[in-house]
Design a protein around this ligand. Structure first.
Ligand code: NDP
Length: 261
């Protein structure tokens, strides 16, 4: 199990207040990591309590990823002011906006692209610059300086219906992941993405409430059920840990078999 241990590591996680991001943050803590949670001011402290119940530390940082200025202040606070080394970055914050394409408002387009794609670039850039300055981890084979895990989507590959901004943003996350991997894998930073299938979270309330859509989606999932946040625990620990030291530029689908169909 040492391959999967994150003991002594520190992970910075966005989108960790609920849903998939909460399960990922808790999973990293279960594997031994201390967690820095980048959340909006006044956000729920439920995840922090779950992490501390595991005996790990959890520090909350106020960040609104729809704001470039807010993101720009994060790494200076985490690294410069508080002296943390960030070993793992998980970019999980995301939003959905649904409208027919011919009526899609500029404001929703801009917000989705900023939250789902530009913020991912900005955090990868700022945390990547920090990781590049760090010594490699101990160990003979593990010459890593850090692991970056972005959260993509099935809409990194498919177009979806009435979600053009989301599909464009998640297609961008997949390409950004590969572009950063090409620059940084040789320098000890692995950059991968996890692409969730259809997961029962608040983001999908509209889909789950539409009985016809929900039934047709379920009929196509080979696993025969919608995914749950806990289905992401194994994938995130794998991509954060030594077990994946030679995996980079990969978009790992966790979708109950949807993409194979
Ligand atoms: P949820 O809606 O349950 O959670 C979204 C998370 O993003 C929350 O923690 C939320 O914080 C945070 N967030 C949203 N906007 C901001 C912001 N401006 N600043 C800071 N944090 C913000 O979503 P899921 O757990 O379902 O999704 C997590 C990720 O997985 C997203 O990137 C999503 O696109 C992706 N995904 C989800 C799928 C699904 O089926 N559910 C499928 C494919 C991909 P707060 O609590 O403050 O709102």
């Amino acid at each position: 199990m040492d391959l999967f241990s994150l003991k002594g590591k520190t992970a910075l996680v966005t989108g960790g207040t609920r849903g998939i991001g909460q399960a990922m943050a808790v999973a990293l803590a279960e594997a031994g990591a201390d967690i820095l949670l980048a959340v909006r001011a006044g956000a729920s402290t439920e995840t922090k309590a779950k992490i501390e119940a595991l005996g790990r530390t959890c520090v909350l940082y106020d960040v609104d990823v729809s704001s470039r200025a807010s993101i720009a202040a994060l790494v200076p606070a985490v690294v410069g002011r508080d002296g943390h080394r960030i070993d793992v970055l998980v970019n999980c914050a995301g939003i959905q906006r649904r409208h027919p394409a011919h009526q899609f408002p500029d404001s929703d387009w801009d917000e989705v692209l900023q939250v789902n794609l530009s913020s991912v670039f900005e955090l990868c850039r700022d945390v990547g610059a920090h990781m590049l300055e760090q010594p490699v981890y101990d160990g003979v084979k593990d010459k890593r300086r850090g692991a970056i895990i972005n959260v993509a989507s099935l809409l990194s590959f498919q177009g979806g219906i009435t979600v053009p901004a989301y599909a464009a943003s998640k297609g961008g996350v997949a390409q950004l992941t590969k572009a950063l991997s090409n620059e940084w894998a040789s320098k000890g930073i692995t950059v991968n993405a996890i692409a969730p299938g259809y997961i029962a979270t608040e983001m999908n309330t509209a889909l789950m409430d539409d009985e016809a859509r929900a039934t047709s989606i379920l009929a196509r999932i080979p696993a025969g059920r919608w995914g749950l946040p806990d289905d992401f625990k194994g994938a995130v620990i794998f991509l954060a840990s030594r077990a994946s030291a030679y995996v980079s530029g990969e978009i790992l689908t966790v979708d109950g078999g949807w993409m194979g169909r």
